[in-house]
Write a protein that binds this ligand. Structure first.
Ligand code: UDP
Length: 219
C-alpha cells in the first residue's frame, strides 16, 4: 500500500514548507507510489494550492493507506499541539522535514514533527522536543535544550547553553545571549521574544520581551 505524506496548513507556513517536504520526499523518503497533499480545515471541498491537492482533515483520514505521515506547518504552537494529539490518537505519524541546506551536527536529538527550514543549523549536543519549528536561517548553538512546540521565526540566533521551555515563540532576528553550563539562560514556558530583541537574561514563563536589551513589554 502506498504511503501518503501531508503538509498540514496551506497558508504561509505550509506553502513555504511544501517545497522542502517535496524535495525531502524525493531525496530520502522516496517511495514508488507515494503522494503528498496539503491538509487545511478551512476547505469544505478539495482545492489546488500551488499545484498540490489540498483537503480537510476528515477527507485525509479517509484516504485508504495505513502509512500516513504529516508535517504540521502551522506557526501557532497551541494549534500544533492540538493537531499533533489528534494525529497520534488517529495512529498517524508526525513527519520531520528538513532542507538540503539544513545542517545538523553531532549528538543532536530532535523529537518527531520538526520543520527545519533551509539554512537552519543545529550545532552539537542539542536536545529538541516535539514539533519544533525553525524558520529560514535560524540556528541553535551547542548544549541547548528546547522543549515541545517551540517556534523560531526566521533568522533567530540561539547561542550556546540556552534552555527554551515549551511553547515559547522567538521572533524574527532575535538574538539570545549564550548561557553557561552551570547557569544556562532560560526562556520560560510560553514566553514571547519580539522581533529583533536582544535577550541578555532569563525570560520568565509567559512574559513578552522586546528591544535591546530585551525588557518586558509594558501593557
Ligand atoms: N488550520 C487548520 N486546522 C486548524 C487550525 C488552522 O487547517 O485546526 C489552517 C488554517 O485554515 C490556515 C492555516 O492552518 O490555513 C494557518 O494559517 P495562518 O496564516 O494563520 O498561519 P501560518 O501559515 O503562518 O502558520
Amino acid at each position: 500500500m502506498s504511503k501518503v505524506f501531508a503538509v498540514y496548513g496551506a497558508s504561509g507556513c505550509g506553502r513555504s514548507l511544501m517545497p522542502v517536504a517535496v524535495d525531502q520526499l524525493q531525496r530520502i523518503d522516496d517511495q514508488e507510489n507515494s503522494q503528498i497533499v496539503f491538509i487545511d480545515d478551512a476547505l469544505d471541498e478539495d482545492a489546488n494550492v500551488n499545484g498540490y491537492t489540498a483537503m480537510n482533515y476528515a477527507k485525509f483520514k479517509n484516504i485508504n493507506s495505513d502509512d500516513k505521515l504529516v508535517l504540521i506547518a502551522i506557526a501557532n504552537s497551541s494549534i500544533r499541539e492540538k493537531i499533533a494529539e489528534q494525529l497520534v490518537q488517529d495512529g498517524i505519524s508526525l513527519w520531520t522535514v528538513k532542507g538540503t541546506t539544513t545542517l545538523i551536527m553531532d549528538a543532536v536529538s530532535i523529537a518527531a514533527g520538526a520543520a527545519l527550514s533551509p539554512f537552519v543549523t543545529i550545532a552539537a549536543n542539542v536536545t529538541i522536543g516535539k514539533c519544533f519549528h525553525a524558520n529560514l536561517y535560524s540556528y541553535v548553538e551547542h548544549d541547548c535544550v528546547i522543549g515541545d512546540y517551540v517556534t523560531f521565526a526566521p533568522r533567530v540566533s540561539c547561542n550556546g547553553n540556552i534552555h527554551i521551555h515549551d511553547h515559547a515563540y522567538i521572533g524574527t532576528g532575535a538574538v539570545i545571549k549564550q548561557g553557561t553550563p552551570d547557569k544556562p539562560l532560560i526562556i520560560g514556558k510560553g514566553a514571547i521574544v519580539g522581533m529583533g530583541a536582544v535577550v541578555t537574561k532569563d525570560v520568565p514563563a509567559g512574559a513578552v520581551v522586546v528591544g535591546n536589551p530585551a525588557r518586558p513589554l509594558n501593557k
